[in-house]
Design a protein around this ligand. Structure first.
Ligand SMILES: Cc1cc2nc3c(=O)[nH]c(=O)nc-3n(C[C@H](O)[C@H](O)[C@H](O)COP(=O)(O)OP(=O)(O)OC[C@H]3O[C@@H](n4cnc5c(N)ncnc54)[C@H](O)[C@@H]3O)c2cc1C
Length: 420
């Protein structure tokens, strides 16, 4: 028992968050021989976001098969349990003790958990309407896709009769499926960008199967109706033309922000672009012994990519514990991007021998471009030059790390540039 009345508990590695990345990390840690691996998950069931995504499309890159979200979540929860990780559900991490332990609240009471390494895998969430500064009435009927899916699939709640979806990325198209499952007509998807950002097949599917139009270059300027939403006002970005669309449901989709509160509380350096912890290729943050993985670091990727980064960081943590080497949190070399890119993950090179998950850096473009020419420079030295497949905002572009051995560990920042 601690002096503050909390029960003190010890583990080798504690993973915060029992979504795909946290569970995959726990499996990797156990398989690598780490004895006491514990996962803390605040929900009553482990599995993370896929639990309420009741459609297929999960597991291709990591499990090499296609599962539904709930099936995928169950699969990872089972894998973690079979591997010997202890998964505590209903256990919320609320902060840090002064000596670096995790403060945990659950129905069993208050605990402080200490470990040699702590892996944050708390995921990301869609920014709600309030955070997007959309004016108008505060009527009922406004959701994020995550809230919509929970209302429909978990609670079987009615969610209106006619909906408008704000956003046109992958998750926005998945909102169509959920709304149609709930018997809701979809008036359209709107995006301020000049094109939708998902697969072309999804747009055609939306048009042909559901007759849902995708309105590009259009933004929502008002939501009206009290006590329940009765419509939205849209504005064409090009000329300011405005019109009203009657609807009783508005879904704000995508536009992700990492659940970074715990990392911030610990004083972990936050990357100003991803707004998640700044990490190196092993997932190590700026604080000794604190690692991060999954959508907390790359908001957002598909679940299989989150699981693969979790697995990768799990292996890296196990190797570090095995070697008993002092944790390295030296400055290293930062990786920066130019204005055509929003962010890169990971953002720091501490060892040129450490490759990131899948051996690639994840880039998030700000612009649309076909086969963009890109170069990687360090000061005046060009480390790599070549073409990538494409740039689409909100979608990942992968960049080779074949240039890593040429990085000068004492040199200036490495910079990724798009060549017009
Ligand atoms: C609507 C929607 C549709 C999607 N469709 C697909 C799809 O078809 N295919 C696909 O591959 N991906 C899809 N995704 C993306 C996929 O769900 C995510 O990539 C994946 O869940 C990310 O995993 P994660 O472990 O990083 O985070 P999460 O799944 O968000 O898990 C994080 C976990 O951490 C827990 N947690 C957070 N804070 C605390 C705390 N303080 N204490 C304890 N626990 C905490 C949370 O409760 C949560 O369980 C979809 C996402 C959404 C929202």
């Amino acid at each position: 028992m601690n002096t503050d009345g909390r029960v003190r508990h010890e583990a080798d590695v504690v993973v915060v968050g029992g979504g795909p990345s946290g569970l995959a990390a726990a499996v990797a840690l156990r398989k690598a021989g780490v004895e006491r691996v514990e996962v803390l998950e605040r929900e009553s069931v482990a599995g993370g976001v896929p639990r309420h995504c009741d459609h297929p499309g999960y597991g291709m890159r990591d499990l090499h098969r296609v599962l539904t979200g709930p099936g995928y979540a169950r699969h990872y929860a089972d894998l973690a349990a079979d591997a010997g990780a202890v998964v505590h559900t209903g256990a919320t991490v609320t902060g840090w003790s002064p000596d670096g332990g995790l403060e945990v609240t659950s129905s069993k009471g208050l605990r402080t958990v200490h470990a040699s390494a702590i892996l944050l895998a708390t995921g990301a969430r869609e920014r709600p309407r309030a955070a997007r500064w959309v004016p108008g009435d505060r009527g009922q009927g406004v959701y994020t896709t995550g809230q919509l899916q929970q209302a429909v699939y978990f609670h079987n709640q009615p969610v209106g009769r006619r909906a408008l979806i704000v956003g046109a990325e992958h998750v926005s198209f998945s909102a169509i499926t959920t709304l149609r499952h709930a018997g809701v007509e979809v008036a359209g998807l709107v995006t301020e960008l000049s094109r939708h950002q998902s697969y072309e097949a999804f747009r055609w599917g939306a048009r042909l199967a559901f007759t849902v139009p995708v309105l590009t270059g259009v933004r929502v300027v008002e939501v009206y109706g009290k006590p329940a939403v009765t419509g939205v006002t849209l504005e064409r970005v090009a000329d300011g033309h405005r019109w009203n669309v009657p609807c009783d449901t508005v879904v704000f989709s995508g536009d992700w922000i990492p659940d970074h509160e715990l990392a911030r509380l610990r004083g972990v350096r936050i990357d100003s672009a991803t707004r998640g912890p700044e990490i190196d290729a092993t997932g190590l943050t700026s604080v000794d012994g604190v690692y991060a993985a999954g959508n907390l670091c790359h908001p957002v990727e598909t679940a299989d990519v989150a699981a693969l980064t979790g697995r990768h960081v799990g292996h890296a943590v196990a190797a570090r514990l095995r070697s008993r080497s002092d944790l390295v949190t030296g400055a290293g070399v930062p990786i920066e991007v130019d204005d055509s890119l929003c962010w890169v993950s990971p953002q720091r090179i501490r060892s040129t021998a450490d490759l990131p998950a899948r051996g690639k850096l994840i880039l998030r473009p700000r612009i649309f471009a076909r086969i963009p020419a890109v170069r990687v420079v360090q000061g005046v030295r060009v480390l790599w030059k070549g073409r990538l497949t494409r740039f689409i905002p909100t979608r990942p572009t992968l960049l080779t790390t074949s240039w890593l051995p040429r990085v000068d560990p004492n040199g200036p920042p490495v910079r990724i540039e798009h060549l017009p």
